[in-house]
Design a protein around this ligand. Structure first.
Ligand code: URA
Length: 264
């Protein structure tokens, strides 16, 4: 019989590293038949005012991914400010990650910044603090920014996915598609001059780049915010640099190009 320490080690290895509630839930117990307990109608979005876009329910189940993607595409562009966008996300129930995350991780930094960094998804530290890039890779991101004279008062930082995936697993393609309209709207509302996507998932989702980061990094492309074209670049994710410090040299080249673009 394993002891408590061994059990915890087993859970940790399986990616279970946080408790979601005070009391355990036995998910192996059979649910009552559907006639006894009618299934809750899934709602994607709990509206305050004005009236709902889709049916509202206080206890909404995550919606089917396609419906959630359509709902996200419909509502995200309506946010007229970053505050409205944050509130939309707080009420949006279309992404199942929300139910396992502790809280929404919306953004950090200066909404008036000329430069915006977009990462992938919050990890454990971000989930606890509610701010992006505050863990180990965030510390490296701070150093990378400092190397070109930037800090969090001069940049705006967000992720494609604003809720931590359980156990830090990769977000699924559907989860990415569901969250994409929101980060696109966030970029449009911040309206930076320069956009930097950190790592492959961010550069593939936001910049629509098909190749891996080795091929795409360091090259300027145009990103259309909907109102204008801004300069965008992919570079290595700091978490990758922690594992592969050899690529810091190439990242330094990318950062110098970013610095030049901001000055020019
Ligand atoms: N990695 C990310 O992509 N984003 C964070 O906020 C933290 C780690």
């Amino acid at each position: 019989m394993p002891n408590a320490r061994e059990l915890l080690a087993f859970y940790l290895e399986a990616g279970v590293d946080c408790a979601l509630s005070e009391t355990p839930v036995n998910r192996l117990v059979e649910e009552p038949a559907s006639e006894e307990r009618p299934a809750a109608k899934p709602a994607l979005f709990r509206t305050a005012n004005p009236p709902p876009v889709v049916p509202a329910s206080a206890h909404s189940a995550p919606a089917a991914p396609d419906a959630a993607i359509m709902s996200a595409r419909e509502i995200a562009p309506r946010a007229a400010s970053l505050q409205e966008l944050r509130e939309l996300l707080e009420r949006f129930d279309g992404c199942a990650l929300k139910s396992t995350a502790t809280r929404l991780v919306f953004a950090d930094g200066n909404p008036e910044a000329k430069i915006m960094f977009v990462g992938e998804a919050p990890g454990r530290d971000e989930d606890l603090e509610g701010l992006p890039f505050v863990g180990r890779s965030g510390k490296l991101l701070d150093l990378m920014m400092a190397a070109i004279g930037l800090d969090r008062t001069k940049v705006y930082i967000a992720n494609i996915i604003p809720w931590r995936p359980p156990g830090n697993r990769d977000p699924s393609p559907q989860e990415t598609q569901i969250c994409l309209p929101f980060i696109r709207r966030q970029i449009a509302l911040v309206d930076p001059d320069v956009l930097v996507c950190l790592g492959k998932p961010s550069s593939q989702a936001v910049l629509d780049l098909k190749d891996g980061i080795m091929k795409t990094r360091g090259k300027w492309i145009d990103y259309d915010t909907g109102t204008r074209k801004i300069k965008a670049m992919a570079t290595f994710h700091p978490a990758y640099l922690l594992r592969q410090p050899i690529y810091k040299r190439l990242t330094w080249q990318d950062l110098r190009a970013v610095q030049k673009a901001l000055q020019g």
